[in-house]
Design a protein around this ligand. Structure first.
Ligand code: C5P
Length: 237
């Protein structure tokens, strides 16, 4: 097991999530809880996972006016999860207030830059953002850092540049991970666990490459093996 790989628990309810963990002997692995499971089960799902010794990334991607986000974070901070996130597009004031809401605990604040399901054409043609996807991600990371975030969610391909601008200690959490020979699904900016490690990613989020595999336990072990057997080539300080 490694503390660096978060399994995305994208299940409709606790029974299915627990059944998956139990059947595949994934007790105690770090997990990411997203909107689907959290909206269904509420705060109780976090308590259950904590009782079972899982590290938790609560992926609710808050994006609202600064005061609302601060108050929501104050409520969520009592859960004492390891990481929680907001959208960097909410702006500096919102990120600062989110951090304020978390002030009393040790929960790390992570800002989502550009979702890994998005590609350049969505940015330029639909959202009319003129900058390249890479520049947009790096600028949002810089904004997040200056506003007090501890790290960002980005794709593996952006990690190196983010670390150059924001420093090695600024955390990068990377979804869009695919094991060799698995489906891309709706993700666009994808990479393998090994490539993620090489480029300096701090944490991986892996969902369907494991959950939709014929042998999830084996897929999880493969991801851990790839991660642990690869050395990081990042050269920034
Ligand atoms: O199944 P897959 O490995 O694509 O799952 C990725 C998980 O990471 C999903 O739960 C998704 O919501 C989440 N995520 C993401 N991109 C982000 C932030 C979170 O894919 N920028």
């Amino acid at each position: 097991m490694t503390d660096s790989i978060y399994l995305a628990l994208d299940f409709p309810d606790w029974n299915e999530a627990y059944e998956f963990i139990h059947t595949n002997h994934l007790h105690g692995v770090p997990v990411k809880v997203g909107m689907e499971l959290f909206y269904k089960e509420g705060l109780a799902v976090i308590e259950k996972l904590k009782e079972n010794n899982h590290k938790i990334f609560l992926d609710l991607k808050l994006h609202d006016i600064p005061t609302t986000v601060r108050k929501a974070m104050t409520v969520l901070s009592s859960l004492e999860v390891d990481m929680i996130n907001v959208h960097a597009l909410g702006g500096s004031e919102m990120i600062l207030r989110a951090k304020e809401g978390l002030e009393k605990g040790n929960t790390k604040l992570i800002a989502v830059t550009v979702l890994t399901s998005m590609e350049q054409s969505v940015l330029s043609e639909e959202l009319k953002i003129q900058d390249s996807l890479m520049d947009t991600v790096v600028q949002l990371s810089d904004l997040a850092k200056r506003s007090g975030a501890d790290g960002v969610v980005c794709s593996v391909h952006e990690v190196e540049k983010i670390k150059q601008i924001c420093g090695k200690e600024f955390l990068t959490v990377t979804p869009g991970i695919r094991l060799l020979n698995t489906d891309m699904n709706d993700q666009k900016r994808i990479a393998t666990p090994s490539y993620a490690r090489q480029t300096g990613s701090d944490f991986l989020v892996i969902g369907r490459s494991i959950t939709a595999s014929n042998n999830p336990r084996k897929a999880y072990e493969q991801a851990v093996r790839e991660w642990e057997e690869t050395t990081c080539n990042l050269t920034v300080n």
